[in-house]
Design a binder for this molecule. Structure first.
Ligand code: PEP
Length: 250
């Protein structure tokens, strides 16, 4: 049985006190959710505050990114070990916004994955095509290239700690969602790609999350697919009720 996961990527939203309020609201309402691994990824300034609030709850805590350097003179960066020491146990890597605005390549993401794993963080690694690539029917090729690049020299023993999120860029924050068939088709393809890199046991145990305008009204039909093991949620994760509602959609 694969782990079903609903992860909330808050991105650069909320002030410190608004973030604390949202964490507390989630902690209060969380008992409603069973058998699903809930994860939140607040901005870095809230990581430690969240870790304290989540201490006796089984909600996971992620960073939204980490540096591809272990430490040193990298102004503004946060290392994997710093994230871990602040209480995070997951890290989102290779989000399309990082790829687009900060020119992160699969090589850079691969370096981050290695540092995340070394510091005992579970990487949630993102892949997905832009609209033009989908329209040109290149999405399989693009996703396979991203996955192979990100997983370079990652051993099977390390890979079993990784979660993959498929996030079509054209669906992120746009209100457009992949249809359940589109999601299933590419999630199945991702599992097949992992089977080819590692083996079928590893592929079958991998949790693959869908991300892109996932909300309470469409989560059920997306999560009903055999290869969709949950969601990486942006906008809707900023509302505790919506986020919890999504996690009840399996
Ligand atoms: C995301 O950026 O990871 C995401 C899925 O965003 P949204 O749900 O807002 O489309």
């Amino acid at each position: 049985m694969r782990t079903q996961i609903v992860a909330g990527n808050w991105k650069m939203n909320n002030t410190f006190s608004e973030g604390v309020d949202l964490i507390n609201e989630l902690v209060e309402k969380f008992d409603a959710v069973k058998e699903v691994q809930l994860i939140i990824a607040p901005p870095f300034i809230l990581t430690n505050e969240a870790a304290k609030a989540l201490k006796y709850k089984t909600i996971g805590l992620a960073g939204q990114n980490c540096s591809n350097q272990s430490h040193g003179a990298y102004t503004g960066d946060i290392s994997a070990s710093m994230l871990k020491s602040a209480g995070a146990n997951y890290v989102i890597l290779g989000h399309s916004e990082r790829r687009a605005y900060y020119h992160e390549t699969d090589q850079i993401i691969n370096e981050k994955i290695k540092l995340g794993l070394k510091n005992d963080l579970i990487p949630i690694i993102c892949c997905g095509e832009v609209l033009k690539e989908r329209e040109e029917n290149k999405h399989f090729e693009i996703v396979a290239k991203q996955i192979n690049g990100m997983l370079k020299e990652i051993s099977p023993e390390d890979f079993i700690n990784i979660i993959i999120a498929y996030e079509p860029v054209w669906a992120i924050g746009t209100g457009k969602t992949a249809t359940p068939d589109q999601a299933q088709e590419i999630h199945q393809f991702i599992r097949e790609t992992i089977k080819n890199i590692y083996d079928s046991d590893i592929a079958n145990n991998l949790s693959i999350l869908y991300g892109g305008s996932c909300k309470p009204s469409n989560a059920k039909e997306l999560f009903a697919n055999p290869d969709v093991d949950g969601g990486l949620i942006g906008g809707a994760s900023l509302n505790a009720d919506e986020f919890i509602e999504i996690s009840k959609s399996f």
